[in-house]
Design a protein around this ligand. Sequence first.
Ligand code: NAD
Ligand code: GLY
Length: 370
Amino acid sequence: MASTSPSPICPDARVVSIDLGDRSYDILIGKGLMRADSFAGLPRSSQALIVTNTTVGPLYTARLREAIAPLHKQVLDVELPDGEQFKDWPALNQVFTRLLEEAADRKTVLYALGGGVVGDMTGFAAACYMRGVPFVQVPTTLLAQVDSSVGGKTAINHPAGKNMIGAFYQPLRVVCDLDTLSTLPQRELLAGIAEVIKYGPIADAEFLSWLEVNLDKLLARDHAALMHAIQRSCEIKAWVVGQDEKESGLRAILNYGHTFGHAIEAGLGYGAWLHGEAVGCGMVMAADLSARLGLIDEATSLRIRSLIERAGLPVKGPNLGAERYLELMQVDKKAEGGEIRFVVIGPLGSAGMRGAPEGVVRDVIAAHTA
Ligand code: NAD
Ligand code: GLY
């Protein structure tokens, strides 16, 4: 697993390192991290651009600006419209326009300040602008702190498929300041807990048991519980990405629940359900699929469902119709030659990828849609 060490910045903060050769970096996790020490050692440049959105910007841009001021002569910012439905070309283009208006050079550092939408778009903008400029992730949602800010997947959506246009492009550092979670709406916290839960069934059955015991503390935003959940999630993600950065195999397990989940998101229109909600429901469906394929027993599938339900996440998908689910799932990035491939659990704490007979998939859809 990835190594974790205490942070020299503040005693109760942690540093999880992700090992990717010359693209290795640290993930800092703790309270009060929006300060200069957290960004020490990052490149100095004349310009930096904070990319955020209209919700997060007014809350945290000033704090981040002050923290990175020692590194840059000029710190610019751009506020994108807020929402998954704006994870698209026009919003991305706003970033490029801002950079070009200011004649930003190729040393300009981009800072992604926000949730997964801002993080994915900023990373993609950084990968593209002048064929690549450095960027730093400052995730402000639980989902982004445990998943999207780590590992270098960057993208925008296409109306025909989620995250279909993008690049692998690693940040220089990830700074997870738990203080930012204090303003996060509860529904968004729950969506993040879905991605935390994901790591148990796919990689760590003990963590799943820990979550069953500590779920109420997480829901109440208990600091120690959040620290542990974020640290363990980042360790598992760093361990997976360290072995398979560009998803030629193992990394696909991080998409547990996502095949069904992406179909829900695209089928309803982006933004109707939160990504984490769709993944939560998708994990229930994928657990049932694993049980129907004989990879786990039904009790294990129900155990996963019960935790997701206790977390206040939806466990019944929308009634899009089986045909529409199948059609949408064929656009999934894991599909090969038109065959839909699913992340399946088995035994608990490990996962793999495989196709499934269409009849079984139809049974799963019928059993889990309202
Ligand atoms: P999000 O970025 O839309 O943020 C959720 C909401 O919370 C937004 O309204 C945002 O403005 C608001 N917000 C963010 N931080 C806040 C704060 N501290 N206080 C108050 N409000 C705050 O959604 P998300 O759940 O963070 O991310 C979902 C996105 O992440 C999806 O697009 C998904 O595809 C992507 N994702 C990417 C990866 C990856 O590996 N790159 C992994 C998982 C998910
Ligand atoms: N969230 C899936 C991945 O990073 O691969």
